[in-house]
Design a protein around this ligand. Sequence first.
Ligand SMILES: [Cu+2]
Length: 162
Amino acid sequence: MNKPFWTVRVLFLLALGCAAGMARPAHAQVLATEAWSRATPPGATTAVGYMLLTNTSGEERKLLKIVSPVCDMVSVHRSSVDSQGVSRMWPVGSLKIDAGASVRFEPNGLHLMFTGIKAPFQAGTKVPLVLRFEGDDQDITVQLEVRPLVPAATDVHAHNIQ
Ligand SMILES: [Cu+2]
């Protein structure tokens, strides 16, 4: 006799559960792909990283957290080469990606700066990077593929300044 009542109640709770589940994205909506780094010379304490970030959501997303277990700190830097050929870089205060847009990190542009690396980055290995964007309900972990160190003067010099 009580059965219909309980059935309705259970269905109602199930419906609530589904609605709550749908309100949250099942996956992070910012994707990190094409992630790579460069091997570091002996004794180096910093390293660089590059990747492509794509915001698949319908709203602007701001980077809240960026860390890696392989170093003390990861920052977002921008560098550029002036008319004299001198490379400079500076920290990017807040990284925002427009809805549906992509941001590419690449040599002589936006890059990741790993400070206080605990061991040299070795070609052929992978370096984990953890990111969190505002509005996403989970961290994103990316594996940066470490490429061989090539004597690209501008790139190496840029990170030995300071
Ligand atoms: Cu830098």
